[in-house]
Design a protein around this ligand. Structure first.
Ligand SMILES: C[S@@+](CC[C@H](N)C(=O)[O-])C[C@H]1O[C@@H](n2cnc3c(N)ncnc32)[C@H](O)[C@@H]1O
Length: 193
């Protein structure tokens, strides 16, 4: 097992190179053409400072961001508190039991941030937090699996193997990315039966 990351300390030290201060370009693009019903409830696990969660809320979806780090959550609340239908709550995605499962889960840089030994738990957590008929939309960071992290790498095949037992793959594509991540990201849309 990799040594555990102290996420609050990373935020306290401003050691947050993943945070680009804005939502992922691939998500912004997807939201322009999505056909998801507006009454869908969306979960963003590992939401960090909330940039991705904020665009879901701006697009009209009731959105919940959860994170282990209270500092990240307090920054998220401060920046986005004026948006309706948006809540930032403390939570452990791998261990929590959802009160009410969601219609859609959006993943961005959480899967690659957790210890690879816990990835099977992650896939189970997505299943647990999602309603039947729900969707899992993910932007995965793809590069060779590393022992040093976060981020820990992952391959396209590993992602397919991890989630196929639970979900049906509807689509995968190379998204528009932040500068410097152009060849490292892939988006996947899955549905739960
Ligand atoms: C690499 S950061 C990405 C943050 C955000 N998604 C972004 O792209 O800016 C990973 C985030 O996941 C959070 N995190 C790590 N493990 C978690 C868990 N088990 N449950 C909830 N959040 C977790 C960390 O606190 C951190 O904010």
């Amino acid at each position: 097992m990799a040594s555990e990351t102290d996420w609050n300390e990373r935020y306290q030290n401003e050691d947050t190179p993943w945070d680009k201060g804005e939502p992922a370009p691939g998500l912004v693009d997807w939201l322009k053409q999505n056909t998801l019903k507006l009454d869908s409830r969306v979960l963003v696990p590992g939401c960090g400072r909330g940039h991705d969660a904020s665009v879901w809320a701006k697009a009209g979806f009731e959105t919940t961001g959860i994170d282990l780090s209270n500092l990240a959550l307090s920054d998220a609340r401060q920046e986005y508190e004026s948006l309706p239908c948006l809540a930032f709550l403390p939570g452990n995605f791998l261990e929590d039991e959802p009160n009410e499962p969601y219609d859609l889960i959006f993943e961005h840089t959480l899967y690659c941030a957790i210890d690879p030994a816990r990835r099977a738990e992650y896939a189970k957590a997505v299943d647990k937090h999602l309603k039947p008929g729900g969707h899992f939309l993910a932007i995965h960071f793809l590069f060779s699996l590393s022992e040093e992290g976060p981020p820990f790498g992952a391959s396209q095949q590993e992602i397919l193997d991890q989630f196929s037992p639970y979900f049906k793959l509807l689509e995968q594509w190379k998204p528009k990315s932040f500068e410097g991540r152009e060849n490292e990201e892939r988006m996947f849309l899955w549905s739960k039966n």
